[in-house]
Design a protein around this ligand. Structure first.
Ligand SMILES: [Zn+2]
Ligand SMILES: [Zn+2]
Length: 363
């Protein structure tokens, strides 16, 4: 027996299909049959070699939903719910954080732990089934597993994918108050999720900026009050529009979810004095911008926060809210197209060209 996987052999090269040996299940390990994984912007960046230290060839796919085929001694998920064969689960891609380094132990920031491993990113394909673009995924002992709440399908979750959790994390990190005006830059999966959760957290107004129009329409459906189309507005007009929607002051909070460095200088101009900026769209290196430290930061007295990846609390929180508001958050409808392992390369191209909002891989 062997397991098929779509492998990114190195940046710029076509995706290959490899047959990998069945994994050995260690005590505390769980084997999943992959139900759905995803293609996100980070995968496009990985295919362009934009993240340092990636051990190509890799099996991409950091956020996935799978069905338990086999488990050795794992009876409960990370929040204490019983786990059985056949259950649908997701899991935190980040694991093997040490708990004892400066970041883990003293600063409570495990996502900056230097020992952290990430499914779909930091493992070579020969290390094992550690990415979602494969028929099976092996969850090592210690991986935080989360059973999908009753009533949620794999599509509900993977339709938002990692963006669902990153958007939730960015909204949490902004710590905005009920009634605040929130601008979200970018209407890919992270921006759509941030708009939805900002709305549910009690924003007075959610202004979503992006393109194309079809994604903005999804944004409206998911909770944005106002959408501004980048394709038909100049930067000056966009800024004026945000100002006029905020009595000339600018937004209380701006969440950057675009991955475009230029958005950051524009975002800093859209914040009111003393407001908060969360940069969540730059997981990989997309380049530099110019910032005027006096005008954009110091004199404005703004708080600038980075949101690097997600933590387990964001998975739990996002799925709890998604379960409660499933009717209002139809993330399954964000799925633009489903691809097999054989067509994973096409999925990457379609995500890069923005022809699909969320591309999923169903091995
Ligand atoms: Zn650590
Ligand atoms: Zn991702």
């Amino acid at each position: 027996m062997s397991v098929k996987a779509a492998v990114m052999v190195k940046p710029g090269e076509p995706i290959e299909i490899w047959s990998l040996p069945d994994p050995e299940i260690h005590q505390g390990g769980v084997l999943l049959e992959t139900v759905a994984s995803e293609v996100c912007g980070t995968d496009v960046h990985l295919h362009k070699g934009k993240l340092a230290g990636v051990p190509y060839p890799i099996i991409p796919g950091h956020v996935s939903v799978g069905r338990i085929i086999e488990s050795r001694g794992v009876k409960k998920d990370a929040i204490g719910r019983s786990l059985n064969k056949g259950d649908l689960v997701t899991f935190l891609d980040v694991h093997e954080v040490c708990g004892s380094c400066y970041h883990c132990l003293l600063k409570n920031q495990p996502n900056r732990c230097p020992s952290r491993k990430v499914y779909g990113i930091t493992y070579g394909a020969e290390d094992g089934l550690f990415g979602g673009w494969a028929e099976q995924i092996y969850l090592q002992p210690g991986v935080h597993i989360l059973k999908l709440p009753d009533g949620l399908s794999a599509e509900d979750v993977i339709g938002g994918g990692c963006g669902l959790f990153t958007g939730f994390a960015a909204v949490s990190r902004s710590e905005f108050k009920m009634g605040d005006t929130v601008v979200v830059q970018g209407c890919g999966p992270v921006g759509l999720s941030a708009s939805a959760f900002a709305n549910l957290r009690g924003a007075g107004k959610v202004i979503l900026i992006g393109e194309p129009e079809a994604r903005l329409a999804l944004g409206k459906q998911l909770g944005a009050d106002v959408v501004l189309d980048l394709a038909s507005m100049s930067q000056g007009t966009l800024l004026e529009e945000v100002k006029s929607l905020t009595a000339g002051r600018g937004a209380d909070v701006v969440i950057e979810a675009s991955g475009n460095p230029l958005a950051v200088s524009q975002g800093l101009e859209m914040i009111r004095d003393g407001g908060t900026y969360v940069v969540a769209g730059h997981y990989t290196d997309a380049g530099d911008i110019q910032v005027n430290p006096h005008l954009d930061i110091n004199k404005k007295h703004v708080v600038v926060k980075g949101q690097w990846g997600t933590e387990f609390q964001h998975l739990v929180g996002a799925l709890a809210v998604l379960k409660k508001h499933r009717e209002r958050l139809p993330f399954a409808s964000v799925i633009g197209a489903s691809y097999s392992l054989l067509t994973a390369g096409e999925a990457l191209k379609d995500v890069e060209k923005l022809t699909v909002t969320k591309a999923i891989i169903e091995p």
